[in-house]
Design a protein around this ligand. Structure first.
Ligand SMILES: [Zn+2]
Length: 273
């Protein structure tokens, strides 16, 4: 049950902003989301990437500003509908969407999947629904991108049983009851941020999402400072999460991040027939 990861968009940023002592050259950062077929649960999406709702059409002023600032360039054949088509499926076939956190680049095509069961931190979803525009913006959350009633159809990550993850990673929530996919809390980047460990692969994979932007930035001495540190929800927790992810990698695990510009063996372009 190897997951594949598609790239929904590119965002360019100077390397120096996302890597301490990096260069000033511009890096094309990817905005990945994952997809796998679980034998019982069916087609599962991991986050939902950047989509058209961020870059065009009716949007709040705040979202327009956000779009102007980050300027994501959508990859048309990396959008969920196109990727699913390539796999002989449609958005209606997606049974489950696992949301690692609710930043715009992880949720903006969610309205394609009105039937899917959501796995998320349900307390966080309720909080987002209940608090005001500014409080949400303060956490980098655009509630307008979240479909109405999302919390009501979500299962809480923290309601699943705890199980040991491989290679000393600690414990995670067993999302499908068979130990194949464990949700691993990786706090710091955003409220409720967690990653997924694909524990049953020959080489276990940790999708560490936004623990850092670049794999090269996982060691403490390469973690970016200001202004990247401003975005972090909790800087100390972020450093601790990065340590945990790096230790997993050093113990022989594979690590994938959402935005790393490198080509990964899990990237869709490399698994195309
Ligand atoms: Zn994020």
């Amino acid at each position: 049950m190897k997951p594949i990861f598609a790239n929904s968009a590119f965002v360019t940023a100077p390397e120096r902003l996302v890597l301490r002592k990096g260069r000033w050259r511009s890096l094309p950062l990817k905005v990945r989301y994952g997809l796998f077929r679980h034998p019982e649960a069916g087609l599962v999406l991991v986050d939902a990437g950047y989509g058209p709702r961020v870059v065009r059409g009716a949007r709040s002023l705040a979202l327009r500003l956000y779009n102007a600032l980050f300027g994501p360039k959508l990859v048309e054949d990396g959008q969920p509908e196109a990727v699913l088509r390539q796999l002989g499926a449609t958005p209606a076939d997606v049974a489950v969407v696992v949301l690692t956190h609710v930043h715009a680049d992880h949720v903006s095509t969610l309205d394609l999947f009105p039937q899917a069961r959501i796995i998320a931190k349900t307390g966080l979803l309720a909080q987002v629904e209940n608090r005001g525009l500014w409080q949400n913006l303060n956490h980098g959350v655009f509630a307008e991108l979240l479909p109405k009633g999302l919390a009501a159809r979500a299962a809480d990550v923290d309601g699943f049983a705890l199980r040991d993850a491989p290679l000393g990673l600690g414990r995670g929530r067993d999302l499908f009851g068979d130990g194949s996919v464990l949700a691993i809390d990786l706090p710091g980047h955003a409220e409720g941020h967690y990653g997924l460990c694909f524990a049953a692969l020959p080489v276990p994979l940790l999708y560490a999402v936004d623990t850092q932007w670049l794999l090269a930035a996982l060691p403490e001495e390469r973690q970016p400072g200001f202004p990247a540190s401003l975005i972090a929800n909790d800087r100390q927790a972020l450093a601790e999460s990065a340590r945990r992810v790096l230790a997993f990698r050093q113990a022989g695990g594979d690590v994938l991040l959402c935005h790393d510009p490198g080509q990964s063996p899990y990237d869709l372009s490399e698994v195309r027939p």
